[in-house]
Design a protein around this ligand. Sequence first.
Ligand code: GLN
Length: 240
Amino acid sequence: MVLELKIAHLYPDLLNIYGDRGNVLALYQRCQWRGIQVSVTALDLGEKVDPDVYDLYFMGGGQDAQQVLVCDDLHQTKATGLREAVKNEAVFLTICGGYQLLGHYYKPMQGRELKGLSLIDAYTVAGEKRLIGNIVIQRDDSTVVGFENHSGLTHLGEGVRPLGRVITGCGNNNDDKTEGVHSGTLYGTYMHGSLLPKNPKLTDELIEQALRRRYGEISLTPLDDTLEQSAHERAVALSS
Ligand code: GLN
C-alpha cells in the first residue's frame, strides 16, 4: 500500500520568515525518501479550507502587519474548516506569529488586539523587548533546537502542556521556562530556523501523527540522520 500525506501550507507568502518554508521541505523530503506520496497545497488569503482533504497544516511566522491580514482572513474564510480539521485529528505545526494566532488573542504593542482561533488555551501580549537568539529546549528524553525572534509573550492556560522546557533561550515568555505548546495534534513553537531540518525526531513524530488519521498506527522506516543529527548537536553545543 502506498501511503499518502497531504500538507496544507497556510499563507506561504505572508507567514514565512527565518526560513520557515524549510519546515515544509523537511516534511516533504522525509516522506519522499520513504516512498510516501506527499503533496503541498498553498492556502492563501480568501481560500477556504476543506477539512476532509489535508492531514497536516503548517503556518509559519510573520510580523505584526502580516498577522493583521492573516487574522482577518482566518476568521472570515478559514476558521470553520480549521476547527473541523482539528476535530478530524489533522496535525497543526504553527511557528511564532502563526502560533500566537492559535491561542485566544495576540495584543501587539501598537494597534488592535488580534483575535485568535482559541484552538489552544493561551494568550499573547507584546513585551517591551524582543527576545532574539538561539534556543534549546528539553522535550521528554531529547532536545529540540531553533532560533527565536519575537516580542510577544505567550502564557499557557492551567494544565496546557508546553512543547518543552527551556534550557537556553527565552521560550514562551522569558519567565516560566515553558516553550511552545503540544496539545493533542496541535503544535506551536517560537522556534524558527527552520525548525524541522535539524530536528528529525520531531519531524517524524509529526509525519507519524498525520498519517495516523487515515492509516492508524504507523511506524516509519528509519533514515540515515547522520547529517541532521550533527547539525542538531552543533546547535546544542553552540548554545551552551
Ligand atoms: N509579531 C510577533 C512577535 O514579534 C511574531 C514574530 C514572528 O513570527 N517572528 O511577537
